[in-house]
Design a protein around this ligand. Structure first.
Ligand code: KIV
Length: 271
């Protein structure tokens, strides 16, 4: 008899069943092996290799500069760490917008070279063909509506989206279309809670919110933000579950002091 407890992997089907049961879905971003291992072992359902890597890992101001190759590197590092969670990778800006053939090519590269379990792309009806073409290859697609950071230069700000009726109606229509095209789930970013709840109640695929209130089927946060490593970023929706900035900073300062005072390494820490 095996002593190892069999791990039940999370699939797109699992998420659909969770929505049906009213069980909330937990999702966090990760970009590297070590963080992904901790997140997976903590039981988070979905790991998103977000293009927020462009900000938190590479220090860019927006998500636009990160490349498909860089996203595949991050996604591969995450996939190697994970035993249970579903790993979804963002297709970065410029890798799917030109046409559906390019979208399929990028999605295939992501799946083949990183081992991710599916891709996320931003947009509504305007990316219909790309979604449908990616799906023809059997690649699960997660949608993303509301504040879509790859379009930041169109919006001009990172403020709450779809506050006006016209934009809210269009977003609801787009959500229904994404379900119709075959997306297995949808991220809603920074929109009014009432609208997000209405979307979640209007479609049968899981809706994962970030800054979209508590009426949706799951929540996602950027891991560096929820761990309190990025203390210059404080949107209302962000709950910090740790203050790693201070913890890490005092560890670095103590280490530096120990090196300079010749306290480190001591006799037990050498050969
Ligand atoms: O890139 C990212 O981290 C995301 C989440 C904010 C949903 O898309």
């Amino acid at each position: 008899m095996s002593v190892h407890k069999e791990i039940k992997k999370v699939t797109t089907h699992t998420l659909l069943e969770m929505k049906k049961r009213g069980e909330r879905i937990s999702m966090l971003t990760a970009y590297d092996f070590t963080m992904a291992r901790i997140i997976d072992e903590a039981g988070i359902d979905v790991i998103l290799v977000g293009d927020s890597a462009s900000n938190v890992m590479a220090g860019h101001e927006t998500t636009l500069p990160i490349t498909l190759e860089q996203m595949m590197y991050h996604a591969g590092s995450v996939v190697r760490a994970v035993n249970r969670a579903l790993v979804i990778a963002d297709l970065p800006f410029g890798s799917y917008q030109a046409n559906s053939k390019e979208a399929l090519h990028s999605a295939i590269r992501m799946m083949k070279e990183s081992g991710a379990h599916g891709v996320k792309i931003e947009g509504g009806r305007e990316i219909k063909e790309s979604i449908e073409r990616i799906l023809t290859a059997g690649i699960p697609v997660m949608g993303h509506l509301g504040l879509t950071p790859q379009s930041i230069y169109k919006f001009g700000t990172y403020s709450v989206r779809a506050k006006e009726e016209e934009e809210a109606e269009r977003l609801l229509e787009d959500a229904k279309l994404l379900e119709q095209y075959g997306c297995f789930a949808l991220v809603l970013e920074k929109i009014p809670a009432a609208l997000a709840k209405k979307v979640a109640e209007s479609i049968s695929i899981p809706v994962i919110g970030i800054g979209a209130g508590n009426g949706v089927d799951g929540q996602v946060l950027v891991v560096h933000d929820m761990l309190g490593m990025t203390n210059e970023f404080s949107p209302r929706f962000l709950r910090r579950y740790a203050n790693l900035y201070d913890t890490m900073s005092s560890a670095f300062k103590q280490y530096s002091a120990d090196v300079k005072s010749k306290n480190f390494p001591n006799e037990n820490e050498q050969y």
